[in-house]
Design a protein around this ligand. Structure first.
Ligand code: URP
Ligand code: ZN
Ligand code: ZN
Length: 474
């Protein structure tokens, strides 16, 4: 099957030019002006952008969390992603406490294989970081699971202590993997949350009030220092607060390999959304939504590249039946928001249309940077030989975000009624047209598991301890 996309503006992270794109089978075969080639299907892209499919490096399909499960399955969630212009997700496979990381990955393959509609990879959530897992981490990096999420939050569920975090960092310094951190001081947050409840604040706003920005800043700084000592890169997921961004900026300015993502909810929503009584439960996620002064700083971080990309942390729970588990105690509201379908459009509208960033920077944030940072060398660009994950994007189409029209399996939208400018017209996943307008043409099982490439490791970071401190050893 050969598809010719004619006359569009090809937008890459480093260039923007009018060109035709020929797709042959699953890959991009040719790019050029006025291509005169035979094709089975021709798509008119005049007036449209032709961009690499979005890569959402942070999703939670069917995550067991807070006594329930995130609503989207790999089938429904990846279908919704495709409607929103995303053609690859990286989901988090959870290590069972007491078990191995591989057991978590096996369980996630069960959920995803044969069901995902677009390509997918896995990060591992290490919920119980023990010494016996260190060799397994080396093995998994070689098998294409190169990233390990650890937490300074959620005591008793996911929290790791500093020693465990340091050991994981040291292991990835040598094996080419990377630690992803959820950085908030969970035990201290629990103290403040208990105080709030004891004094009668049980509504969702308590969730936001208990999680001070400084608790994110403190944990971010602590982990940056541990990474520095370990000689390891580190990546902060869902960064929400200026306090944390300042720490990332300082470390990057000093030359430390520190990376961070933010998410649309921290750019478009604020602490005020957690108010309005129990309705605020729709907006309960961790870290929480912040005051508007933080969202402004995050946009600056995206412009200056102190934040390298935008993921969604898609983790949807229905308002009715799931979020309602926290009626009377905000601590029992399952944490997480839907978003896999709306990321590409929101960043286009709030970033490009509002004049904050260029179309190329938008493509970099939603596709190219995640491909590079997470080791997907055939994705994240419109280039010959790359996977034909392509979106024909209409930068002028207005549409309204709403639960009544979205494809995510969740009963509300965080952006209900918001008009955005820009939308995906045609979406190709490895050459297959999966979305055309409102039509779904994809199928479960089309998505393939992506083995990701490890970082290249500089020899100096794996110098054995006895060479570094000979006087102390023997
Ligand atoms: O509230 C959130 N972020 N839920 C998903 C789990 C996580 O910490 O990423
Ligand atoms: Zn997290
Ligand atoms: Zn998450």
């Amino acid at each position: 099957m050969r598809t010719l996309i004619k006359g569009g503006t090809v937008v890459n992270a480093d260039s923007m030019a009018t060109a035709d794109v020929l797709v042959d089978g699953e890959v991009i075969a040719l790019i050029g002006r006025d291509l005169d080639v035979a094709a089975d299907r021709v798509i008119d892209a005049i007036g449209k952008y032709v961009i690499p499919g979005g890569i959402d490096g942070h999703t939670h399909m069917e995550l067991p969390f807070g006594g329930t499960f995130a609503k989207d399955t790999f089938e429904s969630g990846t279908r919704a992603a495709a409607f929103g212009g995303t053609t690859t997700i990286i989901d988090f496979a959870v290590q069972p406490r007491g078990g191995t990381i591989r057991q978590g990955l096996d369980a996630w393959h069960e959920k995803a294989d044969g069901k995902a509609c677009i390509d997918y990879g896995f990060h591992a959530i290490v919920s119980d970081m023990r010494d016996d897992l260190l060799p397994e981490m080396d093995q998994l990096v070689q098998e294409g699971v190169t990233t390990f999420k650890l937490f300074t939050a959620y005591p008793g569920v996911f929290l790791s202590d500093d020693a465990a975090i340091f050991k994981a960092l040291r292991q990835t310094a040598a094996n080419g993997g990377m630690v992803l951190m959820h950085a908030e001081n969970g035990p201290v947050i629990d103290v403040v949350a208990a105080d709030l409840v004891a004094h009668g604040t049980t509504d969702p706003i308590g969730h936001g009030l208990a999680r001070y920005p400084v608790f994110e800043g403190e944990a971010t700084n602590r982990v940056i220092r541990l990474a520095q000592a370990a000689g390891a890169p580190v990546y902060f997921v869902h960064l929400s607060a200026k306090d944390a961004l300042d720490e990332v900026r300082r470390a990057r300015d000093a030359g430390q390999p520190v990376y961070a993502e933010t998410c649309p909810q921290y750019l478009f929503l604020t602490l005020d959304d957690l108010g309005h009584g129990f309705e605020g439960a729709k907006f309960v996620c961790s870290p929480p939504l912040r005051e508007a002064s933080h969202t402004e700083e995050l946009w600056k971080g995206l412009i200056s590249n102190d934040l390298q990309l935008v993921g969604t942390d898609h983790c949807p729970f229905d308002f009715h039946g799931q979020k309602e588990m926290g009626l009377g105690d905000f601590r029992k509201i399952p944490n997480g928001l839907p978003g896999v379908e709306t990321r590409v459009d929101l960043i286009h509208d709030g970033g490009v249309v509002s004049g904050k960033i260029s179309p190329s920077r938008w493509v970099e944030l939603v596709s190219t940077a995640p491909a590079r940072l997470f080791g997907l060398p055939k994705k994240g660009a419109i280039a010959v030989g790359y996977d034909a994950d392509i979106v024909v994007y209409d930068p002028t189409r207005k549409h309204v975000l709403s639960a009544s029209t979205h494809h995510m399996a969740v009963d509300y939208s965080c952006y209900e009624g918001r008009t955005v400018v820009g939308g995906s017209d045609v979406v190709l996943s490895r050459g297959l047209i999966v979305v055309e307008g409102e039509q779904w043409l994809g199928h479960a099982g089309h998505g393939k598991f992506q083995r990701r490439q490890p970082r290249r490791v500089a020899p100096s970071v794996s110098v054995p301890i006895e060479e570094r401190v000979p006087a102390l050893v023997g």
